[in-house]
Design a protein around this ligand. Structure first.
Ligand SMILES: Cc1ncc(COP(=O)(O)O)c(C=O)c1O
Length: 284
């Protein structure tokens, strides 16, 4: 078994006494904090700048000042652990410590940086043959749905709702619009152009989504509010995240059976060829 580098809490090994603040923390009580999972390959943290930017905008969405965190130190710690880990992933969490009275915050809040190295399992089949997705209603969205904050009840309930033999589900919001997968954003190709749900549908602002939006120029991709009928007409569909890259979607099903089938097409393969080498992931 490969040994992993140690976890870092504020730059040191966590100690048993850390339970004292953790059990009293606003992170544990109210989910006040943000997190991200970063792909590490060849000792490098892939899309690190985007991950740091999303942590920063997530903190701002929770109405905390950016000075709460020493960003340069966090970046340095991530780079050091990436080098030690070489292959796998880092889970980075910013946790609000104890403070305030009930929901009411204190004037000044203490923050903790937590970085946990982990191995990443690669689902080779998903790249080669694509995946079947389950079609389901999003259980509900939190405020600030585009941020990666620690309130993940919608995703855990969505996972419970998705039958085990489906690797992912595509979800629709309360208006019936396609929003995202459970732990991935969704893109589809139709009428000569890529489409992805706008953040107003409740989709998370994924790092991979952002990379794809800046790679595809504005006339090659539209951010949309679309329903199932539109999605069914797509020529190609994929789901993506910044850890496991692009998974082609080959069918969509619900309790009544198959709703749509799509091929693994050339447009999707082209994007896999652009992004998978830097993510250290298979092309097919
Ligand atoms: C709900 C949700 N949407 C989208 C994503 C994709 O985000 P990213 O590309 O930053 O990994 C994730 C990642 O875990 C997620 O949990």
């Amino acid at each position: 078994m490969t040994s992993l580098p140690p976890m870092l809490l504020n730059g040191r090994n966590p100690a048993a006494s850390d339970l004292d603040w953790l059990l009293a923390s606003r992170a544990l009580a109210f989910g006040e904090g943000v997190f991200t999972s970063i792909r590490i390959t060849a000792g490098q943290a892939v899309f690190l700048e985007d991950h740091l930017l999303r942590l920063q905008s997530g903190l701002a969405a929770l109405l905390y000042p950016s000075e709460a965190v020493d960003w340069l130190l966090l970046e340095k710690e991530i780079k050091t652990l990436s080098h030690q880990l070489q292959e796998g992933m880092l889970k980075v969490m910013l946790l609000a410590g104890p403070g305030g009275v009930g929901y009411r915050r204190a004037k000044k809040q203490v923050w903790y940086r937590f970085i946990r190295p982990r191995l990443l399992s690669i689902n080779n089949q998903a790249y080669q043959a694509g995946i079947a997705c389950w079609w389901q209603a999003c259980p509900g969205s939190n405020p600030e749905s585009s941020s990666k904050h620690l309130n993940r009840l919608s995703q855990t309930l969505a996972s419970e709702g998705c039958p085990n033999h489906f690797a992912e589900a595509l979800q629709y919001n309360a208006d019936g619009k396609v929003s995202e997968a459970i732990a991935r954003n969704v893109f589809w190709f139709a009428n000569g152009c890529w489409h992805t749900p706008s953040l107003q549908t409740g989709a998370l602002a994924g790092v991979m989504r952002r990379q794809l939006l800046s790679h595809l120029t504005t006339n090659q991709v539209l951010q949309v509010k679309s329903d199932l009928e539109t999605l069914k007409q797509a020529e190609e569909v994929f789901v993506c995240n910044s850890l496991q890259g692009i998974w082609p979607v080959t069918s969509l099903q619900d309790a009544n059976g198959c709703l749509a089938n799509w091929p693994i097409g050339p447009q999707t393969q082209q994007l896999m060829a652009v992004f998978h080498p830097q993510l250290g992931l298979p092309l097919n």
